[in-house]
Design a protein around this ligand. Structure first.
Ligand SMILES: [Zn+2]
Length: 447
């Protein structure tokens, strides 16, 4: 029996409200406490009978009060920024969330915080310029340096570096990522969690200009200026990328000279792909033929045109008669003529007989239009910002290199040329050098 708790208004610790699907064992594990301790503190006689909505006091967190709720970690937040924002020590935050490795605070991960923490006023952020001391910053911003130190829970004025985000006493209504320099007023990472073959979009608002790049799964991607202060980076995630945690790194300089180097883990999930065994003419899988073609193919899509030419959803590349008729989906693991499944289907196949129309999926410029051994009669269109579309196995190509095309424009005819088992259109979408699932681009507007 717990006598300490009786008749007190304030429970001796934070409270977790039991949710559907919870068990006392799961809760104990989540908060790193023993079932015995949890049961004793909360007078639970039968751990198997835990009603939804029960308030459980969580032991061992005496410095935290209120109802514990969960939220998702956004890109740009780290232990230090969360600690400052929610007024909880880094130690307590780490204990509450059992943060033992940097990967624990990955983008989109669940974090436990006391509910009232979410109602804390959002303070404006400032960052020291290179070589600027805290005192100089305070003078420049017309702030009391001691006040600045207190708000940011700093022990001394030496505890800061260029580009670090500090909170000021000024309260604003804009919620911004606390781990990044103040000049980055917002950053959003779309499509979380990432899946093999998906397209990552990073949207960033910056005061002044910037020269930043992003890196994910070892691919470095540029940011393009969109509207006003917005910059957008897009990167394809390879269909065969090893599932697991990858750092999403933003690096470079802001126009005021502030260096930026920020890294946070993001999870890449395995796609749900099927396995296909195919029989094809042996010369079409002979490395003598495929390697030079592979090299040529990759070289076509290296450049990233700074102008964005496509707009909105990608258009259907075939007649609406063949909409949603796919002989083979993107990402399928493939075996050719009894080989291991170390090939994958790099595009989306559309049904269609020889001579049916092929249309451009978006506006752009034709950068390739020729016959290739594996791909047959092929056309590649540059849509800008590192995005390309490619059309293969055509019976006829009806555009020339350098030609500007519009979305939905007739560019060729369906065929059965190259490494095929029958007539169809193979469509690829390439984002900064990586083939992605074209269905995403037909169903969702990028960026
Ligand atoms: Zn195909």
């Amino acid at each position: 029996m717990n006598t300490a708790r009786a008749q007190e208004d304030q429970p001796p610790g934070p409270v977790y409200v039991v949710q559907e699907g919870d068990s006392i064992w799961g809760i104990a594990q989540r908060f790193n406490v023993s079932v015995t301790e949890l049961s004793r503190l909360n007078d639970i006689s039968d751990p198997g009978q835990l009603a939804i909505g029960t308030n459980l006091v969580i032991p061992g967190l005496d410095d935290v009060q209120g109802i514990l709720v969960t939220g998702a970690v956004s890109y740009g937040e780290n232990l230090r920024s969360l600690s400052r924002r929610y007024k909880i020590s880094e130690d307590t935050l780490a204990r509450l969330n059992r943060i033992i490795t940097p990967a624990s605070l990955f983008v989109g991960s669940n974090i436990i915080l006391p509910e009232e923490s979410f109602d804390q006023p959002v303070r404006q952020r400032v960052s020291p310029a290179p070589g600027e001391s805290l005192l100089e910053l305070a003078v420049k911003q017309n702030l009391n340096p001691w006040n600045l130190m207190t708000i940011n829970e700093m022990q001394g004025s030496w505890e800061t570096y260029a580009g670090e985000s500090l909170l000021t006493p000024t309260v604003t209504s804009v919620d911004t990522p606390g781990g990044l320099p103040a000049a980055i007023t917002n950053i959003e990472v779309e499509t979380v969690p990432l899946i093999q073959g998906s397209t990552l979009v990073v949207r960033m608002q910056v005061q002044g200009g910037m020269d930043l790049t992003g890196t994910i799964t070892d691919h470095m991607f540029p940011f393009f200026h969109d509207v006003e202060r917005t910059y957008i980076g897009i990167q394809g995630i390879h269909a065969m990328a090893q599932p697991g945690f990858f750092p999403l790194i933003i690096r470079g300089n802001l126009d005021d000279g502030t260096p930026v180097s920020y890294s946070q883990w993001i999870y890449v999930r395995a796609g749900d792909f099927t396995f296909e065994r195919l029989e094809v003419p042996p010369e079409t899988i002979d490395p003598e033929n495929t390697r030079p073609e592979e090299e040529l193919w990759e070289s076509l899509m290296v450049a990233a045109t700074s102008e964005r030419m496509w707009d909105g959803l990608f258009a259907l590349p075939v007649s609406p008669l063949f909409a949603e008729c796919y002989p083979s989906l993107y990402g399928n693991r493939r075996s050719y003529n009894g080989s291991p499944f170390n090939y994958f289907h790099s595009g989306l196949d559309f049904c269609g007989g020889v001579g049916q129309d092929v249309y451009a999926v978006g506006a752009g410029v034709v950068v390739f239009a020729d016959f290739l051994t594996v791909r047959g009669n092929s056309t590649v269109i540059d849509h800008g910002w590192g995005v390309y579309s490619a059309y293969m196995h055509q019976s006829e190509i009806q555009v020339e290199v350098g030609e500007q095309v519009e979305a939905g424009q007739l560019i060729g005819l369906v065929g059965a040329t190259g490494r095929v088992t029958g007539s169809h259109l193979h469509l690829e979408v390439i984002v900064n050098g990586v083939q992605v699932d074209p269905l995403d681009w037909l169903e969702r507007e990028f960026p």
